[in-house]
Write a protein that binds this ligand. Structure first.
Ligand code: GAP
Length: 448
């Protein structure tokens, strides 16, 4: 990286800075903001939705399109309610909860370290906590006009259960043999007791999950394979090793379905936290769904004729958490010798919401600049901006992570060239207008 930055660039230290940039620039902001927001729910604005789409596209490309042994699925959010009995969620999917008898606030019993003081107790700042009790995190709803027990349904707390429900149908229609996987991206819902850290712990979020079905003798091999693949994915997004680590779950913290689990963690400003889980789910899900549905979900090896229930290795990444990690990682403040600063989001070009911006030096140059913009937007998401001074327009693009700014100036009319400014190095090159598409393609494809 070459910049004329006078002091080393500063990374994100306080989440408040990112929250404020995200709201100000339309990445992410509270849902239902005009009503004061709703705790644990977030909206992705024009730039946020592009960032998230790019992340999903990248996941889908490497997990589905580039593999012969993984196929895709897009299932309904509401499943047959028996699904959640079979999966164990109605029984086990709970967090321990306590209430303060004085201020009536509710907390997770296993996260009491930073709950602050009680505002309602005279003579003591400590909360007056109840004994912990179990709180099931699934959101309930009802199907149809009546609201009795028979109509009870749940918003899915994880996307993978419909993969197990659809396992037989997908395997047969996709003519897949074991080992193979089914991948899905979609919304999940958890009625978290304490949503916090911006989008990190939300009540509505998106997961990208892949369930890989294999022979029992191959679970270790595929567990290692998928762990390595998923780490590679995160590194290729630009999250470097200093900020990534894996953590194996202890026996006592394993989810009810897991035989072993390794979390991929990112070092957020609020500490190391999970962004993805790699789980060995054994035959828990297929066996339980067989039992509860009465449908056989075992397979027969066409060569050996062995009949077995496949084992499942799962990769489960939170898209909101990964977006958050990517945003935290990209956030950089540079201070220059003259004392001025720029905030630059060093997003990986594949994730950047805008790939380039066309900036005519003067409104008088709007016509040819717009022509260039029209040409470029056939290939990428490209912004056009002719308002304000050019320095300020560069800074606006830096702040949203646009890798290239193309300035159409008065010389462009004569030499047929534009100035292409690189976001990170701020280097400027004159490139022939005819060659800009090729130039950008090469730069964007070869990045990182
Ligand atoms: N199917 C397995 C499963 O759901 P999990 O560890 O509970 O496993 C997987 O969740 C991923 O989903 C997590 O690594 C995290 O990225 C994301 N996730 C879970 N709860 C979340 C929440 N409340 N808000 C945002 N993301 C969440």
């Amino acid at each position: 990286m070459t910049t004329d930055s006078a002091t080393p660039p500063r990374r994100l230290e306080s989440m408040d800075d990112l929250v404020s940039l995200c709201a100000r620039r339309g990445f992410i902001f509270p849902s239902s903001e005009i009503y004061g927001g709703i705790n644990g729910f977030w909206d992705y604005g024009p730039l946020g939705v592009e960032l998230k789409q790019n992340l999903k596209a990248r996941w889908w490309q490497c997990m589905v399109r580039e593999r012969d042994d993984v196929v895709g699925l897009d299932s309904s959010i509401i499943c047959h309610p028996r699904t959640w009995e079979a999966s164990g969620h109605t029984e086990h999917f709970s967090d321990p909860m306590v209430d303060c008898r004085a201020c009536k606030k509710r907390f997770r019993a296993d996260q009491l370290d930073d709950i602050g003081s009680c505002s309602a107790r005279e003579g003591s700042s400590e909360h007056d906590l109840t004994e912990p009790r179990s709180f099931n995190l699934m959101f309930r709803t009802s199907i149809g006009a009546s609201e009795d027990a028979a109509s009870l349904a749940y918003l899915r707390p994880e996307t993978c259960q419909s993969i197990f429900n659809d396992f037989k149908r997908v395997r047969e229609t996709a003519r897949q043999k074991i080992p193979f996987g089914i991948a899905q991206i979609g919304k999940a819902f958890r009625n978290e007791i304490n949503p916090r850290n911006f989008t990190f712990r939300s009540r509505e979020f998106e997961q990208a999950e892949m369930e890989f079905f294999c022979h029992p003798s191959e679970t270790e091999k595929w567990f290692s394979h998928w762990l390595a693949e998923r780490l590679r994915f995160h590194r290729e997004l630009g999250l470097d090793d200093e900020f990534l680590r894996t953590r194996r779950h202890e026996e006592g913290e394993l989810a009810h379905y897991a035989k072993q689990a390794i979390d991929v963690e990112y070092r957020f400003p609020f500490g190391w936290q999970e962004i993805e889980g790699i789980h060995d789910r054994g035959d828990w899900d297929l066996r339980r769904h067989s039992e509860y549905s009465g449908k056989g979900l075992g397979v027969t090896d066409p060569e050996t004729k062995e009949h077995f229930v496949p084992m499942v290795i799962e990769t489960s990444v939170g898209l909101d958490r990964t977006c958050l990690a990517v945003l935290c990682h990209a956030y950089t403040v540079e201070t220059f010798e003259a004392g001025d600063e720029r905030t630059v989001m060093r997003l990986h070009p594949a994730l950047a919401p805008l790939k380039a911006a066309v900036l005519p030096l003067s409104k008088k140059l709007a016509e040819p600049a717009r022509k260039l913009h029209r040409e470029l937007r056939r290939h990428w998401n490209v912004f056009y901006d002719d308002a304000g001074n050019i320095g300020r327009r560069y800074r606006r693009q830096d702040e949203v992570g646009t890798p290239f700014c193309l300035t159409y100036d008065f010389d462009s009319e004569d030499d047929g060239k534009v100035t292409v400014r690189d976001r990170d190095s701020m280097r400027q090159d004159r490139i022939a207008i005819d060659a800009v598409v090729e130039y950008l393609r090469e730069q964007l494809e070869n990045a990182g």
